[in-house]
Write a protein that binds this ligand. Structure first.
Ligand code: ADP
Ligand code: MG
Length: 238
């Protein structure tokens, strides 16, 4: 029987800035329902790869195929409509508007009943359900990070890209974020997470991809990656 079509596939994705190949010949496949962590040293190209996937930047070469369709040249908006949504590394909320207003703006054409239920679950889990009337700018740092994830979720994504979702969080908040991401995956959303906190990665990851100088350096299960001596040397600093 034919192998199951991946939800997302990239072929030879490359993006250079001047002489630096930030993303260099990246070919990867992500299966529907997968929860995968993307790790690698600072400057490895993780955020650039996400930006290419979301359509914020165009690759110099290579292709991005989502649900069997070549989306390489589609705008970010069209990709959101097809079900790819990125949570930025830095927050992009409207600080002067309330939590509820931010959510209304984010809710896209894909926001059906199922997306609405998921969003309610997310807001409850993350302690935002009671904050709907509050200006987003008054939320704590972590609640703003979580709101940002909820805004991405409000678009009704099939593939959610999270770039360092636990930046600046306490260990307890990081653990809650991990449980939340596991919950998302449990609801069938495919999730790719860039994360440097290895406690978080160990908590959630089944699959791990390691980027180094823009290239896929290693790819495997969490156990395989942690046992890989070369990965330990370049990334875990051993
Ligand atoms: P990571 O997210 O893994 O830390 P980035 O994707 O942010 O890495 O960056 C990868 C490389 O590309 C780095 O060397 C960075 O300096 C460079 N880079 C990223 N974005 C730009 C840009 N807009 N202009 C020039 N160089 C960039
Ligand atoms: Mg980054």
């Amino acid at each position: 029987p034919a192998a199951r079509e991946p939800l997302l596939r990239t072929e030879g994705l490359t993006k250079a800035f001047g002489g630096i190949r930030a993303v260099d010949d990246v070919s990867l496949a992500v299966a529907p329902g997968e929860l995968r962590c993307l790790i690698g040293p600072n400057g490895a190209g993780k955020s650039t790869l996400f930006s290419l996937l979301a359509g914020l930047q165009r690759p110099d070469s290579g292709r991005i195929v989502f649900k069997g369709e070549d989306v390489t040249t589609l705008s970010p908006f069209r990709r959101v409509r097809r079900g790819i949504c990125l949570k930025f590394q830095t927050t992009r909320i409207y600080r002067g508007l309330t939590v509820g207003e931010n959510l209304t703006i984010a809710r896209g054409p894909r926001g059906g009943a199922r997306a609405g239920e998921r969003l309610d679950w997310a807001l409850g889990t993350l302690g935002l359900a009671s904050e709907r009337a509050r200006p987003a700018g008054e939320l704590s740092h972590s609640h703003q990070q979580w709101l940002e994830v909820c805004l991405a979720l409000a678009t009704g994504p099939d593939l959610l890209l999270l770039d360092e979702p636990t930046a600046g969080m306490t260990p307890e908040e990081t653990a809650l974020t991990a449980e939340f991401v596991l919950g998302l995956a449990g609801q069938g959303i495919t999730v790719l997470v860039v994360e440097h906190d290895m406690a978080f990665v160990r908590h959630i990851a089944r699959g791990v991809t390691v980027l180094h100088y823009g290239r896929i350096f290693a790819d495997g299960t969490l156990q395989e990656i942690e046992a890989n001596q070369e990965v330990r040397r370049i990334y875990l600093g051993e």
